[in-house]
Design a protein around this ligand. Structure first.
Ligand code: CA
Ligand code: CA
Length: 180
């Protein structure tokens, strides 16, 4: 006659998203007033964004195409950045992560990125060794992506080197192609 006392083990399913909740809470307060109906699971802090996601997902396939996301300017302008696994669609997680980030740092980070892009472009144009070479510059959170065509490896290295030296640049990703 042993009475089973196994009710103490209830520490399952801890959510890691708690940290985001506080910082995004303010930004979401407005949206959440429109979205009070849904709430089956314990993802309280993600509720408003996942509801936004559902609204955008017009064909309900649980992912957002670039077309579907067009109504959301935050995301449509930075689709490639939000699409972490680069499959051309945004999953719920990708959407929510990106939106949370935007809401937290839209002002500071993206203005910085624009400035960095402009500075890198200016430096590249100034360089005599890269004269006449058209290099595209994109910056996402301090990571600069260089793309376009160069004539040889020397120009490629030079462009990467110049971009790396610009203030505010965290890293340089090379997507330049050597014209053959
Ligand atoms: Ca969809
Ligand atoms: Ca994706």
């Amino acid at each position: 006659m042993n009475p089973d006392n196994k009710f103490k083990d209830s520490s399952k399913g801890k959510l890691t998203a708690g940290a985001i909740a506080t910082s995004v809470a303010l930004a979401l307060a407005v949206i959440s007033s429109q979205v009070s109906a849904i709430g089956t699971e314990d993802t309280i802090n993600q509720k408003p964004l996942s509801a936004e996601f559902k609204k955008l997902d017009t064909n309900s396939d649980k992912q957002l195409s670039q077309e579907e996301v067009a109504r959301d300017k935050d995301v449509s302008s930075y689709f490639a950045e939000a699409d972490i696994n680069q499959d051309g669609f945004l999953s719920v997680d990708e959407y929510i992560d990106f939106k949370s980030n935007v809401q937290q740092m839209r002002v500071s980070a993206y203005i910085d990125d624009t400035t960095v892009t402009a500075k890198v472009k200016a430096e590249l144009i100034k360089d005599a060794g890269l004269d006449g070479i058209d290099i595209s510059v994109e910056t996402h959170k301090g990571q600069v992506i260089l793309s376009g065509f160069v004539n040889n490896g020397e120009q490629l290295l030079r462009a990467v080197h110049i971009a790396s030296g610009v203030n505010g640049v965290q890293s340089v990703k090379n997507a330049l192609v050597i014209r053959s």
